[in-house]
Write a protein that binds this ligand. Structure first.
Ligand code: DGT
Ligand code: CA
Ligand code: CA
Ligand code: ZN
Length: 578
């Protein structure tokens, strides 16, 4: 091969292989194995092609001998033999169709089998001619969605926005690398990552330096950087091994606040800000604020000065989405946002009793080390479809084990809980007398996502009205970039939660962040108390709490809006059952 393949290209090849297998009707574990490998390759901080050349690819998580051989073949010959075989019998256009929002391999295969749709053009025509609705599971809505996606420019290439957790891990590493350099004066992450958005198109970094050229040079040599696209005194654009673009911009220290404010965005916030202050004769640019009346040009070393000059209180990055923050900052009505330090306990996590990796004691100790006063162990109930689950008898033994760990820990409460499934009829998995033995009950929907909006809403309202259900876990079931929320009337869910004092969760898993910022804000305004949970499946993911806190901040929430900023005794008193 003339050119070393990038991690993103290798990952794309394995994603394609997984899709081809899925289109071919292969067993699921095989498909999952290739997708897992693709993710691991995409997120690797070092060049996988180089590792493969040295026979080291198996050191990556999720890569065994078979996949390592496929990587080696891809790197040497430019293709994977198994993929070539599949491509010989699967129409070339089907992979592109699977990347249209709302489709995916199973539905694409169905459309091919029923209507011989094998290109985006076939798909468009079938949607226009209202033929999609003749296929089981497709209706007028699906046709509309396809046409909207195609009109919006969907071209069948996977649209890659990087999940915040991956982008931030990389961003924090790069910022640290730059700050360590002797020429750096100030370095901050900007853009969507600094606003803690759900996903990022790219990373934006803003810096001031004593020697800009030296800092740019050092940036291009950081281990995470794969390829430099452009570079100069004012900054650089580069690609990381994970395929994420990074924009570094360097500015004089006297304008650092202006530039940071500009590149933190959002673009909507900036445009509204400029429009608002231009009426008062103030002009905001990347480098300064100018005043028509006096002709003065103000350069600001900090963002606080920028907002002050414009007659506003400082606006936290998470609020900069043009959702009312400019008026609130002008009238002194911005909320005091909660912080991670306000969180005093975690009420949703898993152990080896279900699909977690660590024991009750390990989870409890790790929660205590995070500075919490309590943790609830909430393993999956009997009908959970994946991994282990907890039968009623097993739950009784689990409660005893939890009590024993609790008794052994000082100044820390280990609460016996469950994450019980909400069944399609709205009932939950355990009988009331068993639920009553628990300190804490999370109820979540994990099955039958497709039952229709009315039925789903009734199902969730029934669970909310159950007197022993304390909180609804991940209320919409969405997986960011992968699975749409199920159809549910959140207005009715929120109304029922407010009426019954049932908490609604912001699940802090960075793939979920569910409730999202918009709905968490609506819920809190309607009088619902929000709970932020890590849903950790191991001690290390307790740290995901920060993504839930970020969603809460983006929802304008204060500590008082969030139940687990309280002690356990104060929190439990908010529930109807006390
Ligand atoms: P992303 O990258 O799509 O996840 O979101 P951002 O917000 O990081 O967007 P990006 O990287 O395109 O631009 C970074 C910042 O630059 C953005 O948040 C605000 C500023 N910016 C970009 N385009 C415009 C614009 O058209 N007008 C104004 N006023 N600012 C802009
Ligand atoms: Ca960006
Ligand atoms: Ca950018
Ligand atoms: Zn869970």
């Amino acid at each position: 091969m003339a050119r070393t393949l990038k991690n993103s290209e290798i990952a794309d090849a394995f994603e394609e292989l997984a899709t081809l297998y899925e289109l071919d009707g292969a067993v699921l574990y095989r498909v999952v194995a290739y997708r897992t490998a693709a993710k691991s390759i995409r997120e690797s901080g070092v060049s996988v092609a180089q590792m493969a050349a040295q026979g080291q690819a198996e050191q990556l998580s999720g890569i065994g001998k078979t996949i390592a051989e496929k990587i080696a073949a891809l790197v040497e010959t430019g293709s994977i033999p198994a993929a070539d075989k599949l491509k010989a019998r699967i129409p070339a256009g089907l992979v592109a169709i699977t990347n249209i929002p709302g489709l995916g391999p199973k539905r694409t295969r169905l459309l091919y089998e029923e209507l011989r749709i094998e290109s985006l053009e076939d798909l468009r025509r079938a949607a226009e001619d209202q033929r999609l609705r003749t296929v089981q599971g497709f209706g007028a809505k699906a046709e509309e969605k396809v046409l909207t996606a195609l009109a919006a420019g969907a071209d069948g290439r996977p649209r890659i926005r990087t999940l915040l957790s991956s982008a931030l891990a990389l961003g924090e590493e790069l910022v640290e690398g730059l700050r360590d350099h002797e020429a750096s004066l100030r370095v901050e992450l900007a853009g969507s990552a600094r606003r803690w958005a759900e996903t990022c198109k790219d990373l934006d970094i803003v810096a001031a330096a004593t020697d800009p050229a030296a800092l740019v040079e050092a940036f291009t040599r950081l281990p995470a950087i794969d390829e430099v696209v452009t570079s100069g005194e004012a900054g650089a654009k580069a690609l990381t091994h994970r395929g994420l673009t990074v924009d570094l911009r360097i500015v004089a220290q006297e304008s650092f606040g202006n530039l940071l404010q500009h590149f933190t965005g959002s673009a909507r916030h900036n445009e509204a800000l400029r429009t608002k202050v231009v009426k008062r004769g103030l002009h905001v640019s990347e480098y300064s604020v100018t005043d028509d009346a006096t002709g003065a040009v103000h350069r600001c070393t900090t963002e606080e000065e920028v907002y002050e000059l414009l007659g506003m209180a400082y606006i936290e990055p998470e609020l900069r989405e043009n959702r009312g923050e400019l008026d609130a900052a002008s009238s002194g009505e911005l909320p005091e946002l909660l912080t991670l330090a306000d969180i005093r306990g975690d009420l949703h996590c898993h152990t080896t009793a279900s699909d977690g990796r660590d024991s009750i004691e390990q989870m409890a100790r790790a929660a205590q080390e995070r500075g919490y006063g309590y943790v609830a162990i909430t393993d999956h109930s009997a009908t959970h479809g994946f991994g282990n689950h907890v039968t009623p008898d097993e739950l009784k033994r689990q409660i005893e084990r939890i009590r024993a760990v609790d008794a052994a820990m000082e100044d820390f409460r280990v609460l016996a809980g469950t994450e019980t499934n909400v069944l399609p009829d709205g009932s939950v998995d355990y009988k009331d007398d068993l639920l009553a033995e628990l300190d804490w009950v999370v109820a979540s929907v994990h099955t039958s996502f497709g039952i229709g909006e009315n039925e789903m809403t009734d199902r969730m309202v029934a669970a909310i009205e159950h007197p022993l259900v304390d909180v609804i876990g991940h209320p919409t079931g969405r997986l960011i970039g992968r699975r749409e929320p199920y159809a549910v009337d959140l207005g009715r869910v929120i109304e029922a939660a407010a009426r019954t004092h049932t908490f609604l969760e912001i699940n802090a898993n960075p793939n979920r962040r569910d409730l999202d910022d918009v709905h968490a804000r609506v819920a809190a305004r309607a009088g619902v108390t929000i709970l932020i949970d890590s849903d950790a499946h191991g001690t290390e993911t307790l740290a995901n709490m920060r993504f839930g806190v970020a969603t809460a901040r983006r929802a304008w929430l204060s500590a008082a809006d969030v139940a687990n900023t309280r002690s356990w005794d104060d929190l439990r008193a908010l529930r109807p059952r006390g």
